[in-house]
Write a protein that binds this ligand. Structure first.
Ligand code: SF4
Length: 430
């Protein structure tokens, strides 16, 4: 038993029979009151009928009545308006600072055993980081789960919007620039997100737009700015890029970033930054106003096609400059990266745009894109599937990831609609 759970039981009135005080008076709750998360009584503005008299005031809760003294409320006038003391165990009578003894309800007599058992089960340690309510989920109406997942989807997008808002701030509200930086960030994946973002910030988007119809120039600028052309090369292609970059560098006052920040370790060769930069150059060549272009696309398939960029032909047989591979294959962005660009970059950006402009249609468009994508398949999603919750699309798989990471793993069952449903059912079970 915890005080948080006792407050929850009071707030939701998860009780088995009409309340009575320890001295036998009937208690009817007209209004449980407003939960108070600051100093002072736990619920303000409660309204009760005790026997036949109506009372308005505050309600204080404790595990034991004697906590009233342990918490030094007996001399604190802020508690003088307490009209009911609700405790789990009554072990002594109390008095307010003004000398009045408020009535006490010992809540454990009005709580179903199953309610306490289920609460304990939700908090019991698990051998792995599993889903504490897994065995009870079948009892929760699907509509409850679905509506809570809808809320989780929005929370997930909002959590991902932190990067968007940071970049939007840095660009002083320039949506095109934010979009360009954001996509660069996610082209870098988890390992090279920062180097990619620095590369984009060091390379003016307008310069890239000027050369968007000349792929070799685009690559020269990006590889040069990435600090990757500052070596001696045997192959013709990097030597041409080098020459192009040097020519452009004079007029455009370009300063490369430090090339030692690029990471190759733990990456599959197809994810090397050398390959990703060429694919990024292809995306840049497809639109000089990427943000405006993307705003008009409502179909997820069209977005996936736009993001399926292929690196330039040199990379068919290379993963790094001057290192020829035996096999020659075009290096096209795989579906999982394209999906990740939609989920992590575009959907949050579109959502923030809709929110900041008060235009619900863009927020709806962001949600619709997620709903058009198939559910993701990963360890967390498989865990939910094993409980019988099968996501229908990426909006729901994203919701399940968020639910697991931000609610289940921190045991926030008392804040969860699914948890409420489980506990409510057990409070009325026979
Ligand atoms: S937070 Fe909700 S879904 Fe997660 S274990 Fe608790 S009750 Fe279940």
């Amino acid at each position: 038993m915890t005080e948080a759970f006792l407050q929850y039981v009071w707030q939701h009135q998860l009780i088995t029979s009409p309340l009575r005080t320890t001295d036998g008076r009937s208690v009817k709750v007209l209004r449980v009151g407003d939960p108070n998360h600051d100093a002072g009584p736990d619920f303000f503005n409660s309204r009760l009928i005790i026997d036949d008299m109506e009372w308005a005031g505050n309600v204080e809760l404790h595990l034991s009545s004697s906590d009233w003294y342990a918490h030094r409320h007996s001399s604190d006038p802020h508690y003088n308006n307490v009209i009911l003391h609700v405790v789990y165990t009554h072990d002594r009578d109390i008095t307010l600072a003004n000398g009045v003894t408020p009535p006490t309800v010992e809540l454990r007599h009005f709580m179903h055993e199953a309610l306490v058992r289920n609460y304990d089960a939700l908090n019991a340690p698990l051998p792995d980081d599993g889903i504490p309510c897994a065995r009870r989920l079948g009892e929760v109406p699907p509509i409850v789960i679905k509506s809570f997942l809808d809320r989780m989807t929005v929370e997930r997008i909002e959590a991902k919007s932190v990067v968007v808002r940071r970049l939007l701030d840095e660009s002083h509200g320039n949506w095109e620039q934010t979009c360009y930086w954001l996509f660069a960030h996610y082209f870098g994946g988890t390992v090279n997100a920062l180097p990619f973002e620095l590369l984009a910030k060091a390379t003016d988007q307008r310069l890239l737009a000027r050369w968007k119809d000349q792929p070799q120039r685009l690559e020269a600028i990006l590889y040069g700015q990435a600090g990757m052309l500052d070596s001696y090369f045997d192959d013709d292609y990097p030597r041409m890029l080098q020459a192009d970059y040097e020519a452009l560098r004079q007029g455009a006052a370009l300063t490369p970033i430090d090339n030692t920040i690029w990471r190759y370790h733990c990456l599959r060769p197809s994810g090397f930054p050398t390959i990703r930069i060429s694919q990024f150059a292809t995306l840049v060549s497809r639109s000089s106003n990427l943000f405006a272009t993307l705003l008009d696309i409502t179909d997820a398939k069209a977005l996936l096609a736009l993001f399926a960029c292929t690196a330039s032909p040199y990379w068919d047989s290379h993963y790094r400059f001057d290192h020829t591979t035996e096999l020659s294959t075009p290096k096209r962005i795989g579906r999982s990266l394209a999906v990740s660009l939609i989920i992590n970059a575009w959907v949050p950006l579109l959502f923030v745009y809709g929110a900041l402009h008060g235009q619900q249609q863009y927020k709806d468009q962001a949600l619709s894109l997620l709903q058009q994508l198939p559910a993701e398949d990963n360890a967390v999603v498989r865990e939910w599937v094993a409980t019988g919750i099968i996501p229908e699309n990426a909006a729901q798989s994203q919701a399940l990831l968020h639910l697991k990471h931000t609610f289940c793993s921190s045991r926030r069952c008392l804040e969860c609609r699914i948890g409420y449903n489980i506990l409510k059912q057990s409070s009325s079970s026979t």
